[in-house]
Design a protein around this ligand. Structure first.
Ligand code: SIN
Length: 284
């Protein structure tokens, strides 16, 4: 990708890109923001190394791309309600975001994406895996593409953040890090295949975290096809595994990627700051 103001190099063959030549603590010019937006629409997730951003820089960066979505469910950084804390203490076993998902697909207008900044990382482990839903869609057969084109799916926040959340059924110790369960009232219906708002590329838009069923189908009828799509979309060739170090930043686009945080660093602390940026309606 040839851009004038930033250096973009692919992270994996099908997912993500590393960006160099940008100091995210600075007031970015309109041209740099436009090129970052273009790269996001092309690669789905952008990675930056050795950034030195404080919370005010983090917010200023997010606001270049849209309004800040104040998270309803996550604990926030003290004094900074715009910044959600993704934290795991040495004595906690469960992590946040440990299964494949796309943030905010349960909202009528899903968030554009999130900017995650590594504040404290374990000595080894705690990587995040991303999967390109552009690549996943592209690799489907023509027959399945044709079938999915007319379908919509129902997404919800209730089973993830609500009173009967599955993490509670599993006995996971997420209390104190997630809360406000009464606010988990969101259900939304979106096309199963969307055209990306920036690049126009087609992406698969169902995810194991928040999608419940195809619209107009029962859960049972939906399950086999959803599971086929999930197994396909998580194929290794569509993914990139990012290793964090303090000061690393990932900016992912929820309309183009899934992500999953690995939980392989028991006994160590991992602390990330996340800002979610508002998006626009997703359409075919
Ligand atoms: C998330 O799902 O937002 C958290 C990702 C991570 O901690 O790597």
């Amino acid at each position: 990708m040839s851009l004038k103001n930033i250096n973009v190099s692919k992270a994996g063959p099908n997912c993500g890109a590393f960006i160099e030549g940008v100091d995210l603590s600075k007031d970015l010019s309109v041209n740099v923001v436009a090129e970052l937006r273009q790269a996001l629409g092309e690669h789905g997730v952008l990675f930056f190394r050795e950034q030195n951003m404080d919370p005010s820089h983090h917010i200023a960066l997010a606001e270049k791309f849209g309004g800040v979505n104040i998270n309803r469910f996550f604990a926030h950084v003290e004094g900074w309600p715009q910044i959600a804390e993704v934290r795991k203490e040495p004595d906690q076993k469960a992590n946040i975001g440990g299964g494949w998902h796309t943030d905010h697909s349960y909202d009528q207008i899903p968030a554009l994406g999130s900017i995650l900044v590594a504040r404290e990382t374990p000595t080894i482990g705690g990587d995040t895996i991303f999967s390109s839903q552009f690549a996943a869609y592209e690799a489907l057969s023509d027959g399945l593409k044709e079938m999915l084109d007319g379908l919509k799916a129902v997404h919800s926040s209730r089973h993830v953040f609500g009173k009967g959340a599955r993490y509670k059924e599993r006995g996971e110790d997420l209390g104190g890090r997630l809360g406000n369960e009464d606010a988990a009232q969101q259900d939304a219906i979106h096309p199963v295949v969307i055209s990306h708002p920036i690049s126009g590329k087609k992406a698969l838009y169902v995810n194991p975290g928040f999608t419940l069923r195809f619209d107009g189908w029962t859960d049972e009828e939906s399950k086999p096809l959803l599971e086929t799509l999930y197994a396909h979309a998580a194929r290794q060739e569509f993914t990139y595994r990012f290793q964090w170090s303090k000061g690393s930043v990932a900016f992912w686009d929820n309309r183009a990627t899934w992500h999953m945080a690995l939980n392989d660093y028991q006994g160590e602390r991992r602390l990330m700051h996340r800002i979610t940026v508002e998006g626009e309606p997703v359409t075919t």
